[in-house]
Ligand binder design. Structure first.
Ligand code: ADP
Ligand code: GLC
Length: 491
């Protein structure tokens, strides 16, 4: 099937979180299953400068506040997939992040920046921008790409099936209602049944209301977002479409995350050659000035520091955890309060806790490759990737049983241990006590090296593959296209 994938970030060029990892892997997995995949991305500097063999497909002139917009077609570095790059220097060629300036403040013209992304995607689907390649299905990822679905509703002559994928309902792309007139959409869409959300303009709602089908990145999260607790005020919208909402679990990119080949590791290892992992731990302890002890269970956290990730629970539980002799390494960036709190913990517990505030891909690999356990105590987690990387690297995940974490980690309770099913540790309540109890159980098992190793080897054999995810997406695309054709025929 001809598929157009629309997103704002992609590993390894632009990454603020797991969305980039997904975009770096899913399109390739879909192509490997025989789909004809193209991407459309905003011309952020790291994208515009890396895409190869760019040729102008069409010149769109001034629009969305930009003096000129050109559409280019090139090839992704690494994957070689065809990619449309929206060359709009005024909107995209800036230093800073894709959504925010370097000071953490949202770009004030994000409505235009991502309105344009949606507009281009929709009109590519309409065949007006590149008549030589017209997709059968458009998949938009997160609010940044969601407006494609609004432009399609505004242009009913365009016949393309649509899937909107929610990677995180917490980020909704909310703008002042007055921004609506910048987007060139018919006024009837700025209504509670459309894009209006509590007197604001919601990009997320364009995807949720207007896509033929909505997916999330795990089955449990698909159920959770239909509830007030996890719906961020949009649970009613999701409930109203419940038969068109489903979850497909993310996978692991085995080229990027593989302990047997990972260039960021001091020593590479596998389930049958685990010595390298113990060396990685010693090396990390040395580099980060932790006590060089094999018997101290080393816990790693690699995460955005935000309330989503539940790391305040870890801060509260930490005295008990450290009191039992565990070590902690943290790499993260985000909330200044959490950054300061973790820095402080490292200063008070030097030799036992090491904290790197910042974002560094190689260090993330080194930490996960050295740790005994990867901790992800999230309040909510649409899928979560670091627990999957932990499984793959034999660094047992300790997770809150929520969203994708619940779908991917089998808690080492007595029954699961007896049945040889356990792959990590989970807890239910978002409290320091519940987190501490799960870490305590991990430490108990860690003190029995042979049993720990059995769980490690089982975790490493788990295969959360993009191939499987691509098969599920492929089946879904067929269904969505068939339903659309059926509707067209009935008209
Ligand atoms: P989210 O997308 O909600 O942040 P995920 O677990 O899906 O969570 O994905 C996070 C991705 O970002 C992973 O690839 C993880 O390794 C990476 N990551 C998060 N924080 C950092 C950091 N400080 N340094 C390097 N990589 C990070
Ligand atoms: C989001 C979610 C995370 C998910 C990622 C990729 O950022 O917070 O749980 O793994 O998207 O789908």
């Amino acid at each position: 099937m001809k598929l157009l994938q629309v997103a704002a970030e992609i590993f390894p060029l632009v990454k603020t979180g797991g969305l980039a990892d997904v975009m770096g892997a899913l399109p390739q997995a879909l192509a490997a299953e025989g789909h004809e995949v193209r991407l459309v991305l905003p011309g952020l500097p790291a994208i515009a400068d890396a895409v190869r063999h760019q040729q102008t497909v069409c010149r769109l002139g001034p629009m969305f506040g930009a003096g000129r917009v050109d559409l280019l077609l090139g090839r992704m570095p690494f994957s070689d997939l065809p990619v449309y790059v929206i060359d709009a220097p005024f909107l995209y060629r800036r230093s800073g992040g894709p959504y925010q300036a370097s000071d953490g403040i949202e770009w004030p013209d994000n409505a235009q920046r991502f309105g344009l992304l949606g507009w281009v995607a929709a009109h590519l689907a309409g065949g007006e921008l590149d008549p030589e390649w017209v997709p059968e299905l458009l998949q938009a990822h997160d609010w940044h790409a969601a407006m494609a679905c609004a432009y399609l509703v505004a242009n009913p002559a365009i016949d393309v099936a649509t899937v909107f994928t929610v990677h995180n309902l917490a980020f909704q792309g909310l703008f002042a209602a007055a921004d609506f007139h910048l987007l060139g959409l018919p006024g009837r869409l700025m209504h509670a049944t459309g894009l209006e959300f509590h007197q604001q303009l919601s990009f997320m709602k364009a995807g949720l209301k207007f896509a033929d089908h909505v997916t999330t990145v795990s089955p449990t999260y698909a159920r959770e977002i239909a509830t007030p607790d996890h719906g961020f005020g949009l649970h009613g919208v999701i409930q109203s479409r419940v038969s068109s909402v489903s979850g497909i679990l993310n996978g692991v990119d085995g080229e990027v995350w593989n302990p047997a080949t990972d260039p960021a590791l001091h020593r590479r290892y596998s389930a049958t050659e685990l010595d390298g992992k113990a060396d990685n731990k010693r090396m990390l302890q040395r580099q980060l000035e932790l006590a060089e002890r094999d018997d101290a269970m080393l816990i790693a956290v690699v995460s955005r520091l935000s309330s989503q990730k539940g790391l305040d629970l870890l801060l509260d539980a930490l005295p008990a955890i450290l009191g039992r002799g565990a070590q902690l390494v943290v790499q993260g960036t985000g909330d200044p309060g959490l950054e300061a709190a973790f820095r402080n913990v490292a200063a008070v517990h030097s030799g036992q806790v090491a904290v790197r505030i910042g974002y560094d891909e190689a260090w993330a690999h080194a930490m996960i490759g050295a740790a005994d356990a990867v901790l992800v105590p999230s309040r909510f987690e649409p899928c979560g990737l670091t627990q999957l990387y932990g499984l793959r690297y034999g660094s047992l995940p300790i997770v809150r049983r929520v969203g994708g974490l619940a779908d991917t980690v089998v808690d080492a309770d007595d029954a699961a241990l007896a049945a040889d099913r356990a792959t990590g540790f989970s807890f239910d309540h978002p409290t320091p006590g519940a987190l501490d109890e799960a870490v305590w159980r991990a430490q108990q098992l860690y003190a029995q090296p042979q049993r720990w190793r059995q769980v490690m080897v089982r975790a490493m054999a788990k295969n959360f593959s993009w191939q499987e995810a691509a098969l599920h997406y492929g089946e879904l695309y067929q269904r969505v296209v068939a339903i659309r054709r059926g509707r067209g025929a009935a008209r």
